[in-house]
Design a protein around this ligand. Sequence first.
Ligand code: ZN
Length: 209
Amino acid sequence: MSVLDIRVLGDPVLRERTTPVAAVTDELRALIDDMFETMYAAEGIGLAAPQVGRSERVFVADVDGTPYVFVNPEIVSSEGLDRAEEGCLSIPEIFGDVNRPDWVHARALDRDGNPFEIEATGLLARCIQHELDHLDGKLFIDYLSLLKRKFVMRNWEREAAKYPDFIRRLDPATASQTAERTRSRRNRPRDDGEQGQADPTAPPFEPEL
Ligand code: ZN
């Protein structure tokens, strides 16, 4: 498994539509494995193919210790409304509140090419919608008000200087250790036992997808 370079805002690949996958092959599975490794190394909860410079209609997600692969995903239906803060591995250090349906019914192919359906709420529902947007060249900042977006873009101008050629390269010396740590942390049951009852000593949770 390899940790891939993450493309950041400004790379045209993030604005391109992806191409449906014709067949789930070993090559695609290798890409999926690398995407998981990259997502965990960057401590993200979701990662879509364009974020690693690829055009396949694929994303991976893991919000609570359950890894999901979505090949050729589509949202069948969605309901409700939820407002929450989002970030993106392709726009590091930038966050903003986004309104989205809080329940989705989606279908896709899994890692073996078998169709599956999923009904999701909360963070997973948000993650599925954020990643599906990536596959259509859409980013969470597109949902922000004009004023908020201007503010965010001013901050991004400073951040972007850290990423020559719009490439975010994770340190190869520490990436696989970080990936391993993220994996085991996700698999651990939450100490508080209940969502929303966060440990006050824990750093604020800012999901990057
Ligand atoms: Zn994203």
